[in-house]
Design a protein around this ligand. Structure first.
Ligand SMILES: [Cu+2]
Length: 253
């Protein structure tokens, strides 16, 4: 499902971006509440942000991290695309744990006296600074993932009516879609996928082929020697069974 901010992002990535910025602002507002000695409202505001963020982490960020980032570590870390996501995740985990700890100390009686602290200010200032640093890395991740996709302009021949065998037919990858989504070819034809923007993979539902993670300008090709229908998907944005970013090659005898 496409997002609403007009970038290449998915709906959930856009929701997450907006909520993250809103939470960062809520924490700044909450800090003003404490300065005005409105401690009850301050407590409610900051604790709500910590709990809402915990929800966002488990619903959106952790699944995305395991699917898209974790397999590329450590080799991918020299690439800003993965490095920003990794730093965001690492510092974000720290910020969330620290935040929950502060909430436990300041708003509950659950911790023994040994684990508590009295001087709230330095703890809370550290947390607020760390939190905004995490938001900056989050914005960086959003930029590298969904905005800086640098589309490659090249002539692409789409030939859905292609007949002769032993030739190459191209499927474009752009806007989180395969174009054409459904391609009919004669047996013996090679299909070449060309990635025009973003990172994607090409993987057969039956595991008969699987590309590396392609970047803009990247290509992957596969020859089809057996008649039949071969459904495939992008491992980052789709799934087996024609879910989301997926396509099918129909091989005619
Ligand atoms: Cu994809």
């Amino acid at each position: 499902m496409k997002g609403f901010l007009g970038t290449g992002a998915t709906f959930y990535a856009d929701i997450n971006l907006v909520v993250q910025i809103a939470m960062g602002i809520a924490l700044l507002v909450g800090r003003q509440l404490a300065k005005k000695k409105n401690f009850q409202a301050h407590k409610i505001c900051q604790s709500s942000v910590m709990l809402l963020n915990l929800l966002m982490i488990f619903l959106i960020m952790v699944p995305s991290f395991y699917k898209q980032v974790q397999p590329q570590i450590p080799a991918g870390l020299k690439d800003a695309y993965y490095l920003s996501a990794f730093l965001h995740a690492a510092l974000g985990t720290l910020a969330e744990v620290l935040g929950l700890y502060i909430v436990l100390v300041a708003a509950t009686n659950l911790l023994p006296a040994k684990l508590k602290f009295d001087r709230y200010r330095p703890w809370m200032l550290t947390e607020l600074t760390l939190w905004w640093l995490v938001i900056l890395f989050g914005l960086g991740t959003y930029y590298f993932w969904y905005i800086r996709t640098a589309p490659v302009k090249q002539p692409v021949i789409i030939a859905p009516n292609y007949k002769p065998a032993d030739a190459k037919v191209t499927v474009k990858i752009s806007n989180f879609q395969f174009e054409p989504k459904e391609l009919t070819i004669k047996v013996g034809t090679t299909v070449e996928w060309t990635d025009e923007s973003g990172r994607h993979t090409v993987e057969a539902d039956d595991n008969s082929f699987k590309s590396e993670v392609l970047q803009a300008g990247g290509k992957f090709e596969q020859k089809f020697d057996t008649p039949g229908s071969v459904p495939y998907f992008c491992g980052l944005h789709g799934d087996k069974g024609g879910k989301m970013m997926s396509g099918v090659i129909k091989v005619e005898p």
